[in-house]
Design a protein around this ligand. Structure first.
Ligand SMILES: [Zn+2]
Length: 442
């Protein structure tokens, strides 16, 4: 009750009615036809592009240099004329990407832990409520109310750090959110989390697939039960066997979401689970082939435009993930476009001789389903040769390499040669990160 009152006071006096207006709008737009949604999205895109040209030196420079005018971009077919924005470009043009005369109170410093070893900094826009309204819409798809208690078990350390600021403590109390670390969970941690779950009784659990999969195994082994209303999973590719097992142990439906700190909420599945609905009111998502042309049906690189960040607009930003897109419509009746699945980080993807591709999580799961290996690093030496550098769990422990190879061959076909190479340590990269996948071929 306190949370509800505090929330109403906050929004009636601080943010006025914008939240309720947006909420009502987005409840409608999700059921518009796909064509209506795409038209609405295109208007937002054109507004953002005009704004970027007027206010953001980087975009004015590239448009002028290419002798391109905003009016030349008439439909999605013209998008290819606008150069792709990469992390490297953001790093080297940081100041030119910040809008001129922006109200300082809108600026929020943000960063992602770069999987390549370096931190990636950017600015978010505190001036728009669109991302949080869309997040609440995702909650509603899972039958979760804004005021319901939620528990996040995340890997990201910076999320877990307790904020000292009163305002963020109030905000997180209003949201009813408990945030726990998901790093290196011991049996004691898992037991503590289990107790905490039963004490707090969260309706929603938010986590990575690999963390929750491990937790489910621990719960089953120790006959522990906890069942929330729903489970929201993201951060890694979700494999069907993980979804099935987690749903079985937690007796709750699993929802797959795709978000990123540099783009906020991007997509989530609904209760039909026929793919992830793109949050088209906030992001324009393109799936592109290796030549930069749009893929209609199938896999490609994700390129994303944020439609509401006025502080540091990202237009056609290559986020570094791959996804499978489809033109099919979900049977729930929502017109929001669909991604069939998120493949994951593109630099971690290894292609096997039979054409199958696996992302980084393939190896983490392999590691967890077979005993004996503590840490590994996968080095692709040639199209048909991978070397697995491994640190054994015990110095003289028994490792069943055949089991490992069988499981890999199940995906790769028999033509892949797998070599194991015992090491005492896997050295970190220059940036100090543990590099999991090394590709020595193009
Ligand atoms: Zn749907």
């Amino acid at each position: 009750m306190f949370r509800k009152t505090a929330f109403n006071i906050y929004h009636n006096y601080v943010k006025r009615d914008e939240l309720y207006t947006l909420k009502a709008l987005f409840n409608k737009t999700q059921y518009w036809s796909k064509e209506e949604i795409l038209n609405y999205q295109w208007d937002l895109f054109k507004k953002q592009l005009n704004y970027a040209y007027e206010k953001v030196p980087y975009y004015k420079n590239i448009f002028d240099k290419l002798q391109l005018s905003v009016d030349d971009i008439k439909s999605t077919q013209d998008l290819i004329k606008i150069p792709i924005l990469t992390k490297d470009i953001v790093r080297s043009n940081f100041n030119d990407l910040v809008a001129k005369d922006i109200d300082k109170s809108r600026i929020k410093w943000n960063s992602t832990s770069g999987s390549t070893g370096s931190n990636f900094k950017f600015l978010s826009d505190k001036g728009t409520l669109v991302p949080s309204v869309l997040q609440h819409r995702c909650y509603s798809w899972m039958g979760i109310d804004f005021f319901d208690k939620k528990m996040s078990v995340w890997g990201a350390g910076w999320d877990v750090k307790k904020s000292k600021k009163l305002i963020s403590r109030i905000k997180s109390a209003i949201k009813g959110a408990t945030v726990l670390s998901g790093y290196n969970l011991s049996d004691k941690d898992l037991t503590d989390y289990f107790k905490l779950m039963n004490k707090i009784n969260p309706r929603l659990i938010i986590s990575y697939p690999s963390i929750l999969f491990d937790m489910a195994k621990f719960f089953e082994k120790n006959e522990l039960t906890f069942s929330p209303k729903a489970i929201q999973i993201g951060g890694e590719k979700l494999f069907p066997f993980q979804r099935d097992y987690i749903e079985k142990i937690f007796k709750a439906p699993v929802f797959d979401f795709y978000g990123a700190r540099d783009m906020s909420m991007i997509a989530q599945d609904c209760d039909k689970h026929e793919g992830l609905h793109i949050m088209a009111e906030n992001v324009l998502v393109e799936v592109l082939d290796d030549e930069g042309y749009p893929v209609e049906e199938g896999e490609g690189d994700l390129v994303i435009t944020n439609l509401h960040n006025k502080v540091m607009p990202f237009i056609r930003y290559k986020i570094g993930d791959r996804a499978v897109v489809t033109q099919k419509q979900c049977s729930c009746g929502r017109g929001l476009p669909l991604l069939k699945e998120i493949i994951g980080r593109s630099f971690e993807i290894i292609e096997f001789p039979n054409g199958n591709k696996v992302g980084g999580t393939f190896w983490t799961i392999l590691l967890k389903t077979e005993p004996g290996i503590q840490k590994l690093q996968v080095v692709q030496k040639a199209k048909d040769l991978i070397q697995i550098n491994y640190v054994p769990e015990k110095e003289n422990g028994v490792i069943n390499f055949k089991n490992f190879i069988d499981k890999i061959h199940h995906y790769s076909g028999q033509d892949l040669n797998v070599k194991f190479n015992k090491v005492s340590e896997i050295p970190p990269t220059k940036g100090g990160k543990y590099r999991f996948i090394v590709k020595e071929i193009e």
